[in-house]
Ligand binder design. Sequence first.
Ligand code: FMN
Length: 328
Amino acid sequence: MNISTTYMGLELKNPLIVSSSRLTGDLKTVNQCLEAGASAIVLKSLFEEQIRMVAESKLWDGKDTDIYFWFPEAKEEVMGLAFEANLDNYLEFVKRVKSESDVPVISSINCVTDEGWPKFAAAIEEAGADALELNIAIFPFNASQDCKKIEDMHVDIVREVKKHVKIPVSVKLGYYFTNLCVLANRLVDSGADGLVLFNRYFRPDINIENLEVITDNYLSSPVESLVPMRWIALMTGNGLEADLVATTGVHDTRGVIKQILVGARAVQLCTTLYLNGIEVIRTIEQGLKRWMEDHGYESLDDFRGKSLERQTTDASFERVQYMKRDYE
Ligand SMILES: Cc1cc2nc3c(=O)[nH]c(=O)nc-3n(C[C@H](O)[C@H](O)[C@H](O)COP(=O)(O)O)c2cc1C
């Protein structure tokens, strides 16, 4: 039984990648993921904004702020040093994980400045990461912001990063776009080797007793995996020339199989590790092998994209309205 796959040219022993989260920002839990059989690790994102904030707070912490008030150049200098120190910590972490891991290590970055993206990307490549995931999160909250400009920003980030690194680059996206397939093609044309669909951003909820906003709604449910599944189906069907990986709502063996059936190269797991423990990776792997055996498949390629064959006759992934026969 061969459950290996490739993703952006990386050889993966199985399709189970651990996605970026607190679990992949800590060496102990990273090692637990490796022991449980993860085929690649996406490290916790390096957030440029956070590094800048830490640099700022370090600058003022316990210091006589007047000194910096009168010497703005000194302020910049000290902030620059604190910024570099934090970046260095992250790069040390990349090196450490890489040295302890026998599977590909994918680093993830989220930046807020034009300089940040290529600078961090190059530093991460230098630190030895096998690939880079761009966690681009630009939201269409501003009513005066043109849709095309938002997409252009994504494209420019990919193009700029690709000028600075040789390792494969994927883009982890949300789905707040007008036409995702057009954007996907543009990203691939600008050099993206893979797309990770979709990031699950913070979703504020409300407690109707105290009227406060609930902020701890950070774990997904399996039904959410239907969204990436549909878009992976559509993009595969459209012949998108990039490796597609599913994230959000993939909790178990069934979830993994479904994503491969619509063309995914691999899946990323996060919530299920929090809910069921890191060892669930092994359980999912065994379940996948069992299912393949039961269905007579010897490799993932034997069934990858197989559910799209029906698509040519009933266009199920393109349907948006319910039909009477669906709910009667
Ligand atoms: C605690 C936590 C931290 C996360 N941190 C990051 C991050 O730093 N970068 C990122 O791209 N995604 C991050 N994510 C999103 C996950 O990588 C994943 O895409 C998302 O949770 C959906 O997958 P799931 O349904 O398997 O949880 C985080 C998720 C959680 C729950």
